[in-house]
Design a protein around this ligand. Structure first.
Ligand code: SF4
Ligand code: SF4
Length: 103
């Protein structure tokens, strides 16, 4: 998926942070399909931060302890604006035929 069209993922500060004071060790966050977390005695540990899908907050939304946090989305929007990522993504989507109107 052309989320950032060549912009280095490691430069984007977007991945979950777990507050272990709030974590109830339910395991829900282990459903992440990107394998960002690894289970441990203290609960989930973020082991593959840059596999986290930029902009995704599913694990935080479904966490019963409200124990997962992300940086302010403003930070993301600033990068997208500064690097003109929106326009680049659109071009890739067009070239992949994803913005074609089906008739
Ligand atoms: S979903 Fe939340 S409460 Fe459950 S294990 Fe993950 S961080 Fe802990
Ligand atoms: S935000 Fe999405 S991709 Fe990132 S760790 Fe949570 S569920 Fe996985």
């Amino acid at each position: 998926m052309p989320w950032f069209t060549g912009y280095p993922r490691e430069k984007i500060d977007w991945y979950p942070r777990v507050d272990y004071e709030k974590c109830v060790k339910c395991g829900m966050c282990m459903n992440c399909g990107k394998k960002v977390f690894k289970w441990s005695e203290k609960g989930p540990i973020v082991v593959r931060p840059y596999e986290c899908v930029v902009g995704c907050t599913t694990c935080a939304n479904l966490c019963p302890g409200n124990a997962i946090n992300f940086p302010d989305v403003k930070h993301l929007r600033e990068i997208y604006k500064r690097e003109k990522i929106w326009g680049k993504v659109k071009k890739v989507l067009e070239s992949e035929g994803k913005l074609k109107v089906e008739r």
